[in-house]
Design a protein around this ligand. Structure first.
Ligand SMILES: [Zn+2]
Length: 292
């Protein structure tokens, strides 16, 4: 079990409010993502502390106080990991996700890479990679620390993504998976996701079983048909040459009948014997019907 400090960036009011885009406020989005992330981690047995749990929360009215309060809180709590959540903002043209760590922090880099991997793979945001920066919160946190720029709030597409519940959930889940990878633990997905997965599995299994049944019946039929064809072929087969296609058990009798002149082939010398007929000759031969 690990102690994970989640820091939803910025405040509801004061000197450290966040970026705004299309009416959406960074300080609200960060809390909404942070709460989903907290629930995922807690459900997986981790201990979580947050700098802000409600969008109305303000850590401190001043910028410096706001930043110091976050890393001081994580440090005094002896957190194992520090995860700060933000939304980016630039010129409305930039888009995508990126994760920062403090230069020189080996484990910070490892955590950043683990999280960024899932952000890039799972959220559909463009991968801007892992970067270093001197942000106060990751610089002064005593534990491996990252700052996640989830997407650009002032970019139209990224903004729509952040505004959607499914978008925020996918970001939280990606960060969660990255943390789990870093810690070397299983994801243990949310109950809802598990239910969905098992429902999907059940439906697929029913479909698959039904198809299997059809394939099995068809397979049996094909096997039966092949068997019938084989039997018919055997019955229809004509044995023409004593030395080539004839079964071994018939060879002595048929040789004797040909030698004695009891059996003659057609103009080409073909005997045209069926298996049934050969069987009859052999039985008669063993009964002494054709002499020595
Ligand atoms: Zn921010």
């Amino acid at each position: 079990m690990s102690k994970i400090y989640i820091d939803p960036g910025h405040n509801a009011s004061g000197g450290d409010t966040g970026a705004v885009g299309f009416g959406l406020k960074e300080q609200d989005i960060t809390v909404q993502i942070g709460v989903i992330l907290r629930d995922l981690l807690v459900r997986n047995g981790q201990t979580v502390k947050m700098s802000r749990e409600k969008i109305t929360d303000t850590v401190s009215e001043s910028l410096s106080g706001s930043l110091a309060s976050r890393y001081n809180s994580a440090n005094s709590w002896n957190a194992d990991l520090f995860v700060s959540i933000h939304c980016n903002s630039a010129n409305t043209k930039a888009y995508g996700c990126e994760t920062y760590y403090y230069a020189g922090s080996v484990n910070g880099e490892r955590l950043a890479k683990a999280v960024q991997k899932h952000l890039a793979e799972d959220t559909g945001r463009t991968d801007r990679g892992v970067k270093t920066a001197n942000f106060a919160v990751i610089k002064h946190a005593n534990m491996p620390a990252i700052l996640v720029e989830t997407a650009f709030i002032d970019n139209y597409d990224d903004n729509k993504f952040l505004a959607s519940e499914s978008g925020r959930k996918s970001v939280a889940t990606a960060i969660y998976k990255g943390i789990c990878d870093y810690l070397g633990i299983k994801y243990n997905l949310a109950e809802g996701d598990d239910e969905l997965l098992s429902k999907e599995y059940d439906e697929l299994k029913i479909k698959n079983d039904a198809q299997d049944a059809i394939i099995n019946v068809m397979g049996d039929e094909i096997g039966q048909n092949a068997n019938d064809i084989r039997k018919i072929n055997i019955r229809l087969r004509r044995y023409d040459y004593i030395d080539s296609n004839m079964p071994e058990w018939a060879v002595p009798t048929i040789t004797k009948l040909v030698t004695k002149g009891y059996l003659k082939g057609d103009s080409e010398g073909k005997l045209g014997l069926t298996e049934d007929l050969m069987r009859l000759y052999v039985v008669n031969d063993r009964a002494g019907a054709y002499g020595e």
